[in-house]
Structure formats: structure tokens, C-alpha cells
Design a protein around this ligand. Structure first.
Ligand code: NAD
Ligand code: TYD
Length: 359
């Protein structure tokens, strides 16, 4: 049985990945989920897997060296999939420090603990051990509106404190591969959407607000472009890189679903109207005039876009879910999980939201 240490497994992508892994491998894998449960970590995301014998949750901070070393000494970890991070650009602009702590120092602590557990006396590493660092395409900076793509060879040029901290963590992983031949991969993925996404990110925020007849905040002119990927496709990509990717390589995940933010908002509004029956009182709340242009994000990257040639050629991965299907599945999930949304939007998130938008 292969034992995985998943960090940040109670967050959006981590919890989708854990569900994907149990659906695919059942009892053939064991997963240890290490998560601090920040505002973004939610154990409700993992209710269905809690009772499994091959699943363990450990609440700890990846910056806590002793706690992380203890996990490696108590478990024969074969593979690390490292999601844990502070992940929201707007928060990083307001409070960068925690981004450096978690994303940079936390990654270093994990690298050191894995290296110590896996290294043999001659400096090589035990057979089959592997560390996959989950990162973002935002490390590459911003593309012009009229063309070009991010490739694995694109120089790093991060702009936000979030992307700078992720770029630093990528560089640390690269340095461990170069210096120690530490067995790792890096994946840089485009914007994800899907079930369990915290409603501070564009798509769940718009769905949630529209259903309540609340204003829909659009930064700047609304024409910034993101390359959206359904989260299950990302989970499959990570698994495929782990199984088939060449060690020490970086793979970009995403591709060819570029949309302007304002287009995303209109698609969500149209799809909500299509999916809500006429008798549902929420249907009348979903209106185009909720769209509200607000002050632009500072340093707002104009366009992100991935050409997924390398992962397609070497690993056989491509994005399977068409955006029109993925967004319907996401909206359907939010319809069926109203309580999840209510729990998440109470308390801390509400306070943050009011301070951030003042609308
Ligand atoms: P998220 O914010 O939803 O989840 C992050 C998780 O990490 C939470 O469960 C949180 O409790 C946990 N965490 C935070 N600090 C921690 C700490 N110090 N110790 C232990 N756990 C901690 O984020 P997400 O959207 O699921 O992103 C996961 C990873 O994927 C991140 O590394 C992010 O940079 C990367 N990524 C995200 C996207 C995206 O569109 N969301 C795209 C590409 C890459
Ligand atoms: P976001 O979901 O925060 O992801 P990222 O900043 O990592 O790309 O934002 C996606 C895009 O949507 C980005 O261009 C900022 C924009 N945006 C808005 O216009 N309004 C909002 O309320 C939010 C959260 C984002």
C-alpha cells in the first residue's frame, strides 16, 4: 500500500484530490492529511472519508518542525502532495507576512523533514519516494492581451505577494532537486473552480452573491483573463504526474479555457437562470444589474494562459471537462450544499468580506 502525506487536504483543491484518490484507488492507498485548519480549511469537505481505516487527519502547522518530523517518524510516507498554502491574492496584498511564513518557510520545513526521512547514508534517496509541490501559473507573471502562453521555460516574474511566495517555494523545491537530487516534481496550475471552493474566489463568490441578490464586484474593467480548469481535472493531472511524470521536472496544468472575468460572470448568471426552476424564489434575485464595477486590485495581472503541451506529450493529460459542463456541475453542487455555504460564510469570512468590499 502506498502512503501519501497530503498537506492542506481540508482546503478546496486538497479535499477534491483526496476524494479523487479514494474513488480511484480505494483501499490501495493510505492518506495522512496534515492541515492547520485556517479560515480556508474545512473538515466538512471530508465528511465522507472520515470513517475510512486508510485515512488519518492530523491538525498541525507545516511550519511546526517537530510536528512535521513526528508525522514522518510515525508513518512510512512514500509520497508527499503539498497543497498547504495561503492562497488568496487579495489577502496577500493586505497581509503578506503569513504568506511568507506558510508558503516559504512551511515548504522548507516539509522539504527538510522529507529529506531526513528518505535520505540514505550515501546521500541517495530510498526507492519510490516522491514529493509533488503544487504551485500556480501566477509565478510566471502576466501575459499581454493579444497573445502568448506560459510554458515551463517561461521565466518567473511574480507580481503579488502571493505569487512571490509561491515562486520562492518553487525555487526552494528546485534547489533541493539540484543540490541533493531530492526526488520531486513541481506542477504549476491555472485557476481552478468546482465543489468546496471558498467563496472569496471569483466563481463561488459570484454564485453565492447572485443567489442572494447581492452585488457582484468586478475589479477594474472586468477584462482580465484567467484560464479556468475544473478541479477534478487538476486532481487527475497531479495523480498522472506522480505516476508517469519524469522526476525533477516541472509540468504546467491547465489550458485553452481563457475567459474574461466579465464573461465568467455572465455565464454564471445565464446558467443560474437556466438551472433554477421558475417556481424557485431565488430566480428573481439573479439579475444582471447586480454587476458592480469596483476599484481594481493593486498590481492586477492582466492575463494568464497555459499551453499544456508538455504534460500532454509526456504524461497524456489534457483538460477533459468543458467549461459549460464544469460550471453546471459546480452550480449544481452549490444548490445541493446550501448548508456548507451557510457555515462557511458565517463568522470570520463575513467579517473579512465586509472589510474588503465595503458594499
Ligand atoms: P485553500 O486556501 O482552499 O486551502 C489551503 C489549505 O491549506 C487549507 O485547508 C488551510 O487550512 C491549509 N493551510 C494553510 N496554512 C497552513 C499551514 N501553515 N499548515 C498547514 N495547513 C495550512 O487553497 P487551494 O485553492 O485549495 O490551493 C491549494 C494549493 O494549490 C495551494 O498551494 C495553491 O497555491 C495551489 N493552487 C491553487 C489554485 C487555485 O485556483 N485555487 C491554482 C493553482 C495552484
Ligand atoms: P481570484 O478568484 O481571486 O483568483 P486569482 O486572483 O488567483 O486569479 O480572481 C480571479 C479573477 O477575478 C481576478 O482577475 C480577480 C477577479 N475578481 C473580481 O473581479 N472580483 C472579485 O470579487 C474577485 C474575488 C476576483
Amino acid at each position: 500500500m502506498t502512503t501519501y502525506l497530503v498537506t492542506g487536504g481540508a482546503g478546496f483543491i486538497g479535499s477534491n484530490y483526496i476524494h479523487y484518490m479514494f474513488q480511484k484507488y480505494g483501499d490501495a492507498v493510505r492518506i495522512v492529511n496534515l492541515d492547520k485548519l485556517t479560515y480556508a480549511g474545512n473538515l466538512e469537505n471530508l465528511k465522507e472519508v472520515e470513517g475510512r481505516d486508510n485515512y488519518t487527519f492530523i491538525r498541525a502547522d507545516i511550519c511546526d518542525r517537530e510536528a512535521v518530523e513526528e508525522i514522518f517518524s510515525q508513518n512510512d510516507i512514500d509520497r508527499v502532495v503539498h497543497f498547504a498554502a495561503e492562497s488568496h491574492v487579495d489577502r496577500s496584498i493586505r497581509d503578506p507576512e503569513v504568506f511568507v511564513k506558510t508558503n516559504v518557510l512551511g515548504t522548507l520545513v516539509l522539504l527538510n523533514a522529507a529529506k531526513a526521512a528518505w535520505e540514505l547514508p550515501d546521500g541517495s534517496f530510498k526507492e519510490g519516494k516522491r514529493f509533488l509541490h503544487v504551485s500556480t501559473d501566477e509565478v510566471y507573471g502576466s501575459l499581454d492581451e493579444d497573445g502568448g502562453y506560459f510554458y515551463e521555460t517561461t521565466p518567473y516574474a511574480p507580481h503579488s505577494p502571493y505569487s512571490a511566495s509561491k515562486a520562492s517555494s518553487d525555487m526552494l523545491v528546485k534547489s533541493y532537486m539540484d543540490t541533493y537530487r531530492f526526488p520531486a516534481n513541481i506542477t504549476n496550475c491555472s485557476n481552478n473552480y468546482g465543489p468546496y471552493q471558498f467563496p472569496e474566489k471569483l466563481i463561488p463568490l459570484i454564485i453565492n452573491n447572485a443567489l442572494q441578490g447581492k452585488k457582484l464586484p468586478v475589479y477594474g474593467d472586468g477584462k482580465n483573463v484567467r484560464d479556468w480548469l475544473y478541479v477534478e481535472d487538476h486532481a487527475r493531472g497531479i495523480d498522472m504526474v506522480m505516476e508517469k511524470g519524469r522526476l525533477f521536472e516541472t509540468y504546467n496544468i491547465g489550458g485553452h479555457n481563457e475567459r474574461q472575468n466579465i464573461q465568467i460572470i455572465h455565464i454564471i448568471l445565464d446558467t443560474l437562470r437556466e438551472m433554477l426552476p421558475g417556481t424557485d424564489p431565488r430566480r428573481a434575485l439573479v439579475r444582471d444589474d447586480l454587476i458592480t464595477y469596483v476599484e481594481d486590485r493593486k498590481g492586477h495581472d492582466r492575463r494568464y494562459a497555459i499551453a499544456p503541451d508538455k504534460i500532454k506529450e509526456e504524461v497524456g493529460w489534457y483538460p477533459e471537462t468543458k467549461f459549460e459542463d464544469g460550471i453546471r456541475r459546480t452550480i449544481q453542487w452549490f444548490f445541493e450544499h446550501e448548508d456548507w455555504m451557510k457555515n462557511v460564510t458565517s463568522g470570520n469570512y463575513q467579517k473579512y468580506y465586509e472589510e474588503m468590499y465595503k458594499i
